[in-house]
Design a protein around this ligand. Structure first.
Ligand code: NAG
Ligand code: NAG
Ligand code: NAG
Ligand code: NAG
Length: 376
């Protein structure tokens, strides 16, 4: 079993990148069913961050105005824009922004199973994450799903602080449309990639009954997968207690650590669903007129409320997985799929040496397996 040292070294070099990229994550937290909304904070304030023409409702308003509720027939969560009120000038329309109470550290992966996502002229929906406790963008932001107006596809990307020196370099991804590579960029534009799957947004997304978005937040880099419902891999189910990223295929978007020190650019992420109207992304004329006519606020927000009949999220579940062994232990109390939302994951500690061990341990295991093969 004594191989020349250089052969061993070559094997390690060949195997190292593979074993770092594929990882197994264990379930630590599920947001679903009747208690979905219990684990999120409602913004309860007008949109002062994305500058949209909306008031984000409180939890109480969400219930009373039926803008945020769990559909008793499907057990899925609906988050919507008010589509029943004629809003007078210069007021704003009611909508929903919710942020997860728990944040999720580097070494996490989250799955969002969504049947319908908001779309329409003036509509800017997103499922994203940021470090609520840090000054933006110092804690980093990950945009898993972002749509605008009637654009045919969604986009995804990262926003980081300039001093983090983060950019997208040599991605392994399905998308052929990279918009920007500097994750800071002018006006915090971020490093954005178009989701080139034609079913990633709008009416096409809805017709396919949506699908699943998966976000991997790892030291080796950040990756985002998207599957239409009919293409969801068999390893990705609501009941899955773990996810091995080698079963997921090539991600739609990928930001490897070679171009972005994840621990430097990111802090633990709070998950967010937003539907705003107009604002910094949907309103600018050069973007608005690509797919819509008239003026964003004047001709849409304060006109026919039925323009917002499709401006809602219909979410089956969001489930978070982790490589952190101390977080994993608590999954025993979180595993019952249908009832969901236990709080077991609060044991999730941020012990970096634990995580490193997981990554490094897999290298010698694979190497010794390879050596055994060579001995045959
Ligand atoms: C649930 O289904 C019943 C029967 O089809 C229907 O009458 C009711 O409106 C549905 N409830 C919701 C909230 O969609
Ligand atoms: C990204 O590039 C595509 C293709 O050129 C374009 O359609 C899209 O509007 C761009 N996205 C942004 C945010 O500029
Ligand atoms: C509002 O949107 C919902 C779908 O979210 C739809 O069922 C309803 O018919 C729409 N219109 C009114 C007036 O509620
Ligand atoms: C982190 O994990 C290591 C190894 O298991 C342990 O020795 C150390 O005490 C832990 N540190 C904290 C802060 O939990």
């Amino acid at each position: 079993m004594v191989l020349p040292r250089f052969i061993t070294a070559v094997l390690v070099l060949l195997i190292l990148p593979l074993s770092i990229q594929a990882a197994t994550y264990n379930a630590i937290k599920e947001y679903s069913g009747a208690t979905f909304l219990d684990d999120w904070d409602f913004y309860g304030h007008y949109d002062d961050k994305m500058n949209g023409d909306v008031n984000f409702v409180t939890a109480a308003q969400g219930v009373s105005e039926k803008l945020a509720y769990v559909d008793p027939n499907t057990s899925r969560t609906i988050l919507k824009v008010d589509n029943t009120t004629t809003v007078p000038y210069p007021e704003k329309r009611n909508a929903v922004r919710i942020t997860s109470k728990q944040s999720h550290e580097v070494g996490s992966l989250w799955v969002a199973d969504i049947y319908h996502a908001p779309y329409g002229c003036s509509v800017w929906p997103a499922f994203w994450s940021f470090a609520q406790d840090a000054a933006w963008p110092a804690g980093g932001e990950i945009d898993t799903f972002e749509g605008v107006n009637l654009h045919p596809t969604a986009q995804m990307g990262l926003h980081t602080e300039g001093s983090a020196g983060c950019s997208q370099i040599n991605p392994t991804q399905l998308s052929t449309l990279v918009n920007t590579t500097d994750c800071a960029g002018t006006n915090n534009a971020g490093c954005m990639v178009t989701n080139t799957n034609p079913n990633s947004y709008g009416a096409a997304f809805a017709q396919q009954q949506g699908g699943v978005f998966i976000t991997e937040f790892a030291e080796s880099g950040i990756s985002i997968w998207f599957y239409s419902r009919k293409d969801i891999p068999s390893s990705v189910t609501q009941g899955a207690t773990s996810i091995d990223t080698s079963t997921l295929g090539t991600p739609m978007g990928n930001w490897p650590a070679a171009g972005c020190d994840i621990n430097k650019a990111f802090q633990p992420q709070n998950l967010v669903f937003t539907v705003t109207l107009c604002g910094d992304f949907a309103r600018p004329e050069n973007i608005f007129t690509q797919t819509c006519t008239g003026k964003c606020y004047d001709d849409w927000v304060i006109k026919d409320p039925s323009s917002y009949d499709n401006a809602y999220f219909d979410i089956s579940y969001v489930k978070v997985f982790s490589t952190n062994p101390s977080a994993t232990q608590s999954s025993a109390t979180t595993s019952s799929g249908a009832t969901g939302t236990q709080t077991g994951a609060q044991a999730s500690s941020s012990n970096r040496s634990d995580k490193l061990k997981v990554t490094l341990l897999s290298v010698p295991v694979v190497v010794s397996a390879m050596l055994d093969l060579l001995m045959l």
